[in-house]
Structure formats: structure tokens, C-alpha cells
Design a protein around this ligand. Structure first.
Ligand code: NAD
Ligand code: UDP
Length: 312
């Protein structure tokens, strides 16, 4: 009997890929999303499937549903977007987590939290292992997201200790792929849209800051593996591709792969923008047998191809 799986944020970038995969694996999927940064278009191919159900729901309100597993992904992820309504971002991260944890408690089902590398803030330890406790500015413009996600992790562990809820905490590092919203402020969606439109790529700061980018299919593999670990496995587990690249190199790669005539322009680095980021993934390799398989160039090519199809 297939499981009934709730995916909050299932109409977003990562959530829609996860819903796709879960349906292909034969599960019933309940996708709950308020469509604030997600889109019906992302799940258009799923809505006719008998195993798929969409509900327009905001997770800051309690949800009544009978489910066997919960993936809690609902939360804006683009810094530009989550800073436009920081109070809502914190409420989604914190009150949303409480509501989904209450549901997991009621149905005695496992719940996976889409946590983030932002837990580490602007790190002094490099690469970042799960044991690193981070350097987050609690009062800066990124705090709504970073501290919201940190509080959510704390809630997950308290529900685990106090109510025995089976929790799985994934610390997701920068993930990219088809279905990112073009120009949503995140670096890969911005750069690809800019390159395809032959306009300058907007580099923040001097572009020497680094990130490590994971292709979405690899991330979905990691999330599903983590969800299906034995009940004592809680995480937190880093999930990301450890190949590190500077933002300047990324811009040049995207210009080359799109054969764009775009130049690069530089602007001020946003406040608290982390200088470097690279996941230490030994734990994921050992515990999940998971290792991201898609090289950056291959993932970028697939993503560019998708951006071309939606532009034409
Ligand atoms: P996204 O913005 O594309 O998707 C988020 C989804 O959540 C959207 O469909 C949005 O409409 C929905 N949503 C937002 N607030 C909601 C609310 N209050 N109630 C119901 N739905 C709501 O972002 P994404 O990249 O798909 O990220 C998914 C999750 O993964 C997020 O929790 C994010 O913090 C986490 N994450 C993503 C990355 C990444 O690089 N993509 C990195 C670290 C963590
Ligand atoms: N960035 C950039 N130009 C853009 C968008 C982002 O140079 O148009 C930079 C941003 O300042 C950061 C990096 O790219 O240093 C990654 O930004 P993103 O918003 O994608 O993710 P995050 O900062 O959350 O890792």
C-alpha cells in the first residue's frame, strides 16, 4: 500500500521535483502550498494524476489531514524574496514548523525538515560540518530566515525529545535546476535569465565569495534517502554538492554555456552575505550512501535548456 505523503511547499522549485519523484515511486501525495513563491505551473503535470492532490494552504495555520510522512519544505528560499516580508518568513519557518510537528505528533508519522546551510551563517569554519554551530547575525536582514530556520531545528529536536516524534533534519546547501523562478533573485536563476536576455550579469561584491551548488535531482535523492532511514536517525545531515565555485567563475561559466554576449556588472555585497560556503558531507555519504552525481556543468546545461523552453 503506497504511503500518503504530505509535501508542504510542493508547488515550489524543490517541492515540485520531490512531488514528481514521490508520485513516480507510487505514493499518494498531498501538496500543501500557499503559492506565494511557488506556481501551479510547476505541478501542472501532476494535477491530473489520481495519486496527487493539491490544497491551497498556508502552513502558518494548522492543517487537518491524515498522512504517513511529512516533508516540510514550505518557506521562501530566495534572500531577495524572504526579506520583502520578514515577519511572514519567520512565521512560516516557526509557526509553520509547530503546525506540521503537531500534525506529525497526532499521526505518529515521520517528518523531514528542509533546513539550510544558512544555519551556519557567515562561517569561520570551512567546509562546514554538522557539528559547527554557526555564526548568524540575529538582528540583520537575513535573520528572519536564518533564525527562523534555526528555531525550527530547535522545535524539531524538542518535539523529538518531548513527544517522541520521528524527525529528520536535512541541512540543504544551494540547490538549482529546472523550475526555479526566472530572475527570482537567486544567483543561478538571475544569471541564466540575464545571460539568455543578453543583459549584464549582476555580480554582488567582487564576486570572490563562494557557494557550492547541488543539482535538484541529487537533492531529491538525498531527501528521500534521509526520510527512509531507521527511526533513530534524526540528523541534522548536510546535503549539498561539495564542489565550490566563486560567483565570478559561475557568471563566466553561464555566459560561456549560453553563448551570451552579456557582460558582468558589479554592485554592493548585501549585508551579511556569507563569504564562503561548502558542505562537509561525510555524514551523508556514510549514513545514506548518498553522494551527488551531477557535475555543475551538466546541471547548468539542463537548467539552461529548461530556461530556454519557458522563454520561447
Ligand atoms: P521556493 O520558494 O521555490 O519554494 C517554497 C514553496 O513554499 C513555494 O511553493 C511557496 O509558495 C511555498 N510557501 C512559502 N510560504 C508558505 C506558507 N506560509 N505556507 C504554504 N506554502 C508556503 O523555494 P525552494 O528552493 O523550493 O525551497 C524549498 C525549501 O528548501 C525551503 O524550505 C527552503 O528554505 C529550503 N532550502 C532550499 C535551498 C535551495 O537552494 N533551493 C537551500 C536551503 C534550503
Ligand atoms: N548573487 C550575485 N548576483 C545575483 C544574485 C546573487 O552575485 O544576481 C550572489 C549573492 O550575493 C551571494 C551568492 O550570489 O553571494 C548566492 O546568492 P543566492 O541568493 O543565490 O543564495 P544564498 O546567498 O542564499 O546562498
Amino acid at each position: 500500500m503506497p504511503n500518503k505523503i504530505l509535501v508542504t511547499g510542493g508547488a515550489g522549485f524543490l517541492g515540485s521535483h520531490l512531488c514528481d519523484r514521490l508520485i513516480r515511486l507510487g505514493h499518494h501525495v498531498l501538496c500543501a502550498d500557499n503559492l506565494s513563491t511557488g506556481a501551479k505551473q510547476n505541478i501542472a503535470q501532476l494535477v491530473k494524476h489520481p495519486g496527487f492532490e493539491f490544497i491551497d494552504h498556508d502552513i502558518t495555520r494548522p492543517l487537518k489531514a491524515t498522512v504517513d510522512q511529512i516533508y516540510n519544505l514550505a518557506c521562501p528560499a530566495s534572500p531577495r524574496i524572504y526579506q520583502t516580508d520578514p515577519l511572514k518568513t519567520t512565521k512560516t519557518a516557526v509557526i509553520g514548523a509547530v503546525n506540521m510537528l503537531d500534525l506529525a505528533t497526532k499521526h505518529e508519522c515521520p517528518i523531514l525538515q528542509a533546513s539550510t546551510s544558512e544555519i551556519y551563517g557567515d562561517p569561520e569554519v570551512h567546509p562546514q560540518p554538522e557539528t559547527y554551530q554557526g555564526r548568524v547575525n540575529p538582528i540583520g536582514p537575513r535573520a528572519c530566515y536564518d533564525e527562523g530556520k534555526r528555531c525550527a531545528e530547535s522545535l524539531f529536536f524538542d518535539y523529538h525529545r518531548q513527544h517522541g516524534v520521528e524527525i529528520k533534519v536535512a541541512r540543504i546547501f544551494n540547490t538549482y535546476g529546472p523550475k526555479m523562478m526566472p530572475g527570482d533573485g537567486r544567483v543561478i536563476s538571475n544569471f541564466i535569465s540575464q545571460a539568455l536576455n543578453q543583459i549584464p550579469l549582476t555580480i554582488s561584491g567582487n564576486g570572490l565569495q563562494t557557494r557550492s551548488f547541488c543539482y535538484v535531482d541529487d537533492m531529491v535523492d538525498g531527501l528521500i534517502s534521509l526520510m527512509n532511514t531507521p527511526s533513530h536517525v534524526t540528523g541534522p545531515v548536510n546535503l549539498g554538492n561539495p564542489v565550490e565555485v566563486s560567483i565570478l567563475d559561475l557568471a563566466q561559466k553561464i555566459i560561456r554555456l549560453t553563448k551570451s554576449t552579456s557582460q558582468t556588472i558589479f554592485s554592493r555585497l548585501p549585508v551579511d552575505d556569507p563569504q564562503k560556503r561548502q558542505p562537509e558531507i561525510t555524514l551523508a555519504i556514510q549514513m545514506l550512501g548518498w553522494n551527488p552525481a551531477t557535475p555543475l556543468q551538466q546541471g547548468l546545461e539542463k537548467t539552461i535548456q529548461w530556461f530556454r523552453t519557458i522563454q520561447s
